[in-house]
Design a protein around this ligand. Structure first.
Ligand code: 3PG
Length: 239
């Protein structure tokens, strides 16, 4: 069984090198093109899908729409959930990553970005960036900050309760999500230790195929790059 994971195409804040998290920024022009190429690569490799999953953030939703358009499969069911949102970056959201590193040091920023345990400074509930009043989060106790383990808990809960049963039922699945959502899922699927996941980065807009056995355990994974292109940060083979 195959599941295709794809990190959204480049976003406007990826382009500006800003911490994004739950901020609902759209794709850049390059990101729109990446999404289009992803759909074409999937089509050219004969992929088709029965069900799609994505977050509540437009950069992932639009990436999915564009890819499904290229596959002529915009008609399939699409489930959107906050549980697949990007890791919440707390009070770092909106800050430039390079400026933040100058202010707090590279080591501290690396810990905030890549450690599994360290949470960035939390948002204050009076902060305009705190989105509890946003109707899309009605009834949800949204986080003020997250480390990767927090993100992994919600991503794996959704994977286990909603996506795995569909895979077991033979459905072909595509998930359009975010760098840390996918890092969290890979950590769980491949049982990657904390120090291993710290060095893993997910490229934008390149389909990542997971081949799973009947126990939904990974047999192998690979990127569908153009002409066999393998992006940097390929997932560790040994786990
Ligand atoms: O949320 C963000 O800033 C990016 O999408 C992911 O950022 P990171 O690679 O610094 O975790």
């Amino acid at each position: 069984m195959k599941v295709v994971l794809i990190r959204h195409g480049q976003s406007l804040w990826n382009l500006e090198n800003r911490f994004t998290g739950w901020t609902d920024v759209d794709l850049s022009n390059a990101g729109l093109e990446e999404a289009r190429k992803a759909g074409i690569i999937l089509r050219e490799n004969g992929y088709s899908f029965d069900v799609a999953y994505t977050s509540l953030l437009k950069r992932a939703i639009r990436t999915l729409w564009i890819a499904l358009h290229e596959l002529d499969m915009m008609w399939i069911p699409v489930y959107k959930t906050w549980m697949l949102n990007e890791r919440h970056y707390g009070a770092l959201q909106g800050l430039n990553k390079a400026e933040t590193a100058k202010k707090f040091g590279e080591e501290q920023v690396h810990l905030w970005r890549r450690s599994t345990q360290v949470r960035p400074p939390a948002l204050d509930k009076n902060d305009p960036r705190y989105e509890a009043s946003n109707p899309k989060y009605k009834g949800i106790d949204i986080p003020l900050t997250e480390n990767l383990l927090d993100t992994e808990q919600r991503v794996v809960a959704y994977w286990t309760h909603h996506i795995e049963p569909q895979i077991k039922a033979g459905k072909r699945i595509i998930i359009s999500a975010h760098g840390n959502t996918i890092r969290a899922l890979i950590k769980y699927l491949d049982q990657v230790p904390a120090d291993g996941i710290a060095s893993l980065n997910i490229p934008t807009g390149i389909p990542l195929v997971y081949e799973l056995d009947h126990d939904i355990k990974p047999n192998r994974h690979y990127y569908l790059g153009k002409d066999g292109f393998m992006p940097e940060g390929t997932i560790p083979k040994t786990l």
